[in-house]
Design a binder for this molecule. Sequence first.
Ligand code: DGY
Length: 331
Amino acid sequence: MGRKKVYVTRKFPGDGMSTLSRHCDVLLNKKSDPPSRNEILRNIAGKHGVVCMLSDRMDKEVMEAAGAQLKVISSYSTGFEHIDVKEATARGIYVTLTSDILAEATADLTFSLLLACARNLVEGDRMVRAGRWNVGWKPDLLLGTDVHGATLGIIGLGRIGSAVAKRARGFGMNILYNNRNRNLQSEHELGAKYADLDQLLSQSDFVSIHVSLNEETREIIDMSALQKMKRTAFLINTSRGQVVNERDLIVALKNKLVAGAGLDVFQKEPLSKTSPLTKMQNVVLLPHIGSASIQTRSRMGDAAVRNLLEVLEGKKPDGRFLVNPEVAEFR
Ligand code: DGY
């Protein structure tokens, strides 16, 4: 049996690429931009496996273009809304992810956003650089709000939500959470208290979202949710842009229904340069970098490569990384 052929849609940090090249013939998109739809359709033809990113739509047309030998779609991501899993399963193609490897890094970034919002970090930096810091110390310069002693409401207490809760405990915050199921371990270990969504929204000083995107969570934060929040509260989102109705959020921010927002994700990415969010002082905006540390992105690369190689070696990948284990039954 010859070497397997693999398409990789983007370079990523770490040793994963060289491991992959030792085992397979790799076609790599060397540009840092995502490949166009046509490039994907052309380059996936005849491949046994593909390492793809969140921005690469993997649907029926792509799987068809690949051909029947395609055995694995290994996504360099935790989310998998870009992949038609049903179609892949029907074709006997394993879909794998890098799972919760990014949990701690994303929790770090969530806390960075929370602190930046609470204490005007970005505005302070802008002021100093722009030469607008005219009087030395001032009793009322850039007054923020306390993080210690404040209440953090976490929507979705999975691996990332729990990692955020751990940090919040270190900061002396009170923790409320809402989740599909109660998480008794976190209640016990982190002192997190279960609250229904309305209670969480109305009692929290910071609301942080850590759910995955699905039909239940799409736009869970809309105008009616925003109206339940304290006017002094901040919304932090490092999960998916589509869990927030961005238009409603903009209205709520403009009308000061909430104090501000820290956003790493948007309904459409990249965020339009003309989005009203870019003109607002009470928001901190980041370009979807929750998992963007060298170490985490390298570990994600190692996992994406390991998942792909396991399938091509005829093994079933670890359940933690596998989206459609049922493929094994009819292979
Ligand atoms: C993911 O992996 O789903 C993140 O959003 C990007 O790292």
